[in-house]
Ligand binder design. Sequence first.
Ligand code: AKG
Length: 268
Amino acid sequence: MKIACVQMDIIFGEPEQNYQQVINYLTEAAANGAETIVLPEMWNTGYALTELGTLADSTNQTVELLKSFAKEHAVNIVGGSVSTQKNNGFYNTMYVVNKNGELVLEYDKAHRFGLMDEHIHLEEGDTLGTFKLDGTVYGGVICYDIRFPEWIRAQALNGAKLIFVSAEWPEARIDHWRILLQARAIENQCFIVAVNRVGSDPKNVFGGSTMVIAPWGEVRLDMQKDEGVGYVEINLDEVEEVRKRIPVFDDRREKLYEKFSKSINEVL
Ligand SMILES: O=C(O)CCC(=O)C(=O)O
């Protein structure tokens, strides 16, 4: 599978300009033969959280754009995430569409990031971001979610061989981003395709470092601070090879883990 990672800048609080930027990047990636294109987090508005009442997508604009582009160009799109308004609240929502133009995932970020005020302005999601493309199971998570190993493990246990991460991760903690992503790939013996933004907003400078990591932990793509589209070819058979080499999933002791997580709760 040829994957294209869009490491873009996001224009703060300007959805129409960001939609146009994304169309340009999708067009470039499709013209270069990408089969799956991945976008960063909150690419429609950036973290303009106090203005979501007028800026968030409340009309399905994003889904319609992604569906029609995917169908016309026969590409899968992991549409990063956008700010959405639904059920009387605002969400940080990841959409994935397949190459037939069908929506196969709508995932609301499960873990809200307090340092960027998400807990004040956004609702939290309660569903697991697994989905299928051509019969294979994938996972999708958003930024801060990667700090929760049990959340990524849940995806692997539900069959995900590759987990997509969309982010607006600040440069100040980019060493955490790199190490956490590599750890999540190694411990779950899966591919991680993680797309971060570059540029800055009124409060943060973002760290780029979009990466593709193989199930054995090797970094196959590292975009550092380059703005634009990065490409990588991956073969999902590597997942089974690594899982045979060290059979972590067979050696897990679920009941033991449950026993001690209960004990800790009882003590507290
Ligand atoms: O966990 C972090 O350090 C960054 C998380 C973040 O920026 C986010 O979830 O938007």
